[in-house]
Design a protein around this ligand. Structure first.
Ligand SMILES: O=C(O)CCC(=O)C(=O)O
Length: 276
């Protein structure tokens, strides 16, 4: 992670890392998703994410899909690679800290044209959230729950999708409710355009959400959430009961370890290789 990237992440709470996947790798991920499409669950009715917002309403819900790390081969393989991907590990080492661990089961977001948005959320201010936070001490970032969102389709300006309030991860006052509903202060809300193959990294402390999807093509974004090695947000971290650990590399297994003191944790170097 360069000094410029550190500056920008500290300033805004997010970064987009371009071209992490090749077009062939994106195509393999999309083929795997297509073959398991019956597992997508649309968030309709009480699972709707747009709440009382009129600006985020849609004509259908967002789709969610889980479980790709345990799909049959070869479809699980590109997703398992994302656990300790050499292009992304250096960012997680810097932002979340060495010994970072996967905190949630990865979740794919799918959105068809007209799909509703998601009201804005995040943990920035006024209280301290001990699971989702952003601090800098002695020149080092300390970040709780952090997302790496892998893009399998393009998000062009005006399409909708991920948006956030840059800088809000350092906010000291509550975000106005009307702003969270995208009814007010829209000029401070930044949509995040990305290309298929890019990875958007953001702290869950930054206030973020989803704008309704306007494009003809389907949105596909796969969210991996990571926590520091000593910390858990999610209740479940018994990944071995769901993923055959013996099929993973040492590095991938290291990222699936439960939370405990960082001193005892397996650490990956910035090439994504196990060093302790
Ligand atoms: O649409 C997005 O990328 C944001 C989704 C999100 O914030 C969430 O699922 O918690």
């Amino acid at each position: 992670m360069t000094d410029d990237e550190k500056y920008l992440f500290d300033l805004t709470g997010y970064l987009v890392i371009e071209n992490v996947l090749t077009p062939e790798e994106v195509a393999l991920c999309n083929e795997g998703i297509d073959r398991h499409k019956d597992q997508v669950r649309l968030r309709l009715g009480e699972l709707s994410l747009s709440g009382s917002s009129t600006a985020l309403k849609g004509t259908t819900g967002r789709g969610d899909m889980f479980g790709m790390l345990s799909w049959e081969r070869p479809w699980c393989e590109p997703f398992r690679t994302m656990l300790a991907h050499p292009r992304i590990v250096p960012y997680l080492n810097e932002i979340v800290g060495k010994g970072f661990r996967m905190d949630h089961w990865p979740s794919l977001i799918t959105m068809e044209e007209g799909a509703e948005g998601f009201t804005f959320h995040g943990s920035s201010g006024p209280g301290f959230d001990p699971h989702q936070y952003y601090l800098v001490r002695d020149g080092r970032m300390h970040c709780g729950l952090t997302v790496a969102a892998w893009q399998f389709s393009d998000t062009n300006p005006g399409d909708g999708g991920l948006c956030l309030i840059p800088g809000s991860h350092k906010g000291n006052f509550a975000c106005p409710q009307e702003m969270k509903l995208y009814h007010k202060y829209q000029e401070f809300v930044k949509p995040i355009p990305c290309r298929a193959g890019d990875v958007a990294i953001f702290t869950e402390a930054v206030t973020h959400g989803t704008l309704p999807w306007r494009a003809k093509h389907e949105r596909r974004s796969l969210l991996f959430r990571f926590s520091p090695g000593n910390l858990a947000y999610g209740k479940n971290y018994d990944w071995g009961s769901q993923v055959p650990l013996d099929e993973l590399t040492e590095e991938q297994r290291a990222v699936l370890e439960p939370p405990y003191h960082t001193r005892l944790h397996t650490v990956l170097d910035n090439q994504g290789k196990k060093v302790s």
